[in-house]
Each structure stands twice: as C-alpha cells, then as structure tokens.
Ligand binder design. Structure first.
Ligand SMILES: Nc1ncnc2c1ncn2[C@@H]1O[C@H](COP(=O)(O)OP(=O)(O)OP(=O)(O)O)[C@@H](O)[C@H]1O
Ligand SMILES: [Mg+2]
Length: 212
C-alpha cells in the first residue's frame, strides 16, 4: 500500500519544471510546504510566504497557525533556504503528517554525497510513515542523490541535452524512453511511473499554466 508518493521533475533550464510542481502540489489538495531557494513561487491567495526558515519556524510553532495550515491546506512558501537552514526545515517537516513537501532545485540539498544523517534522507526513506509526499525539481540527474532517484515513484523528464544526462537516464528508464526525452518540446514532459510501459508525454496548456 502506498502511503506517500515521491515525485521527481528533471529537466532543462526554463522548460517548465517549477510550473509543473505548482500544478502537482495543487492537485494533491494537501497542506504543502515549499522550499523555495530561488524565489520562484509567487504570491497567491492560497500561499503564505516566509523570508527565512527561522521566520517559518516561529510561525509554525504557534498552535493556531498549525491548525489553520492543516484545516485550510495552505501552501507555506519558505524562501531563501540554504543547505544549513534546509536541515532545520526538513526536521520540522519530519514531525508533520499527511502533507506535501515541495523542494525546488533539490540538488542544493540532496547532492550525490548526501548521507544518512541528513533530515532529507530520513524523509525520503521514512516519510511514508507520516504520509509525507515529496515533490522535487532538478536540472540534471547526475547532480542529485541516488537515494532520491531510487525511491522516486513518479518521474517527469523534460528535454535532455547533455549526453551524460542521457546515459544516466538510460539507466533509470531504458534507451527508448531516453531517446523520446531527447526529442521533447519545451513545456512537455515524459511522465514515467513504476510501469515503464505506461510512460506518457504530458504538458500543461499555456492558459492553465498562466492561471496557476
Ligand atoms: N506549460 C507552460 N505553458 C506556457 N508557459 C509556461 C509553461 N510552463 C512554464 N511556463 C513559463 O515558462 C517560464 C519558465 O518556467 P519554469 O520557471 O517553470 O521553468 P523551470 O524549468 O523551473 O526553469 P529553471 O530551470 O530556471 O528553474 C516561466 O515564465 C513559466 O511561467
Ligand atoms: Mg525552476
């Protein structure tokens, strides 16, 4: 029985990764915490923004705030996260239940050298106990921990350009799918779950992308 889902979005710069995560997070209809190191998530009526992890920590510490967060399923956007403050953020997330944790530009926080002492390692491996869904983005597969890719339930790949990236992807998804990903248009993604046979190309229509 799946108790949580890990989604990894990988693709070229400016090809719509962050936008796709916004849609995926909304579709989950869960309280959501977004680690936004590059200030990519704009103000929306359903979002609360924090300038730092410390500011977020103080806010979430308040019982009324946390109750409101769960009841109204806000998106809490934590900006300016760096690797040290991400550690604090990820431990806070570990203590929560039935939420989505969205991490943009995950290479900053889960590089290939990530060890089992890191909070994010624990979230990847044990987040299912607390039903914590994880959504991440990265530009290049070699830049992220194999712990993350090995535990990923659903991948979205946009166009691959680098040959090294293609080789990496061939290992995950096979030669044929890697070939398909090489030919993808901008804003199109190859969606691949456990069953490689059921891979599909998807894209968010421009109007919908503008509305999110
Ligand atoms: N499906 C879409 N249709 C039209 N415009 C889109 C679509 N998806 C994203 N965009 C727009 O394209 C631009 C780049 O998208 P986005 O920031 O999501 O890309 P990215 O892959 O996250 O880029 P980066 O690697 O720089 O983080 C943004 O202005 C976004 O609003
Ligand atoms: Mg982005």
């Amino acid at each position: 029985m799946i108790q949580n889902q890990i989604v990894t979005v990988i693709g070229h710069k400016g090809y719509g990764k962050t936008k796709l995560t916004e849609l995926l997070a909304l579709l989950k209809r869960r309280p959501t915490i977004i680690a936004d190191p590059r200030y990519q998530y704009e103000p929306k009526p359903w979002r609360v923004h924090f300038g730092s992890v410390e500011q977020f920590r103080k806010w979430i510490h308040d019982r009324d705030n946390i109750a409101t967060f769960y009841e109204y399923k806000f998106e809490l956007v934590v900006q300016g996260v760096d690797p040290d403050s991400f550690e604090v953020l990820a431990w806070i997330v570990m203590k929560m239940k039935a939420i989505t944790f969205l991490v943009d530009e995950v290479d900053m926080f889960a590089p290939p050298t990530m060890n089992n002492k890191k909070a994010f390692y624990h979230l990847i491996h044990y987040g299912r106990h607390n039903r914590i869904d994880i959504i991440t983005t990265s530009r290049r597969p070699p830049n992220i921990s194999r712990n993350l890719t090995a535990m990923t339930d659903l991948f979205f790949f946009s166009k691959i350009r680098e040959n090294t990236d293609k080789k990496y992807m061939e290992n995950y998804i096979g030669k044929e799918h890697a070939e398909t990903a090489k030919r993808l248009e901008r804003f199109h993604f190859l969606m691949i779950g456990e069953d490689l046979e059921k891979a599909q190309i998807i894209s968010i229509p421009r109007k919908a992308a503008e509305a999110i």
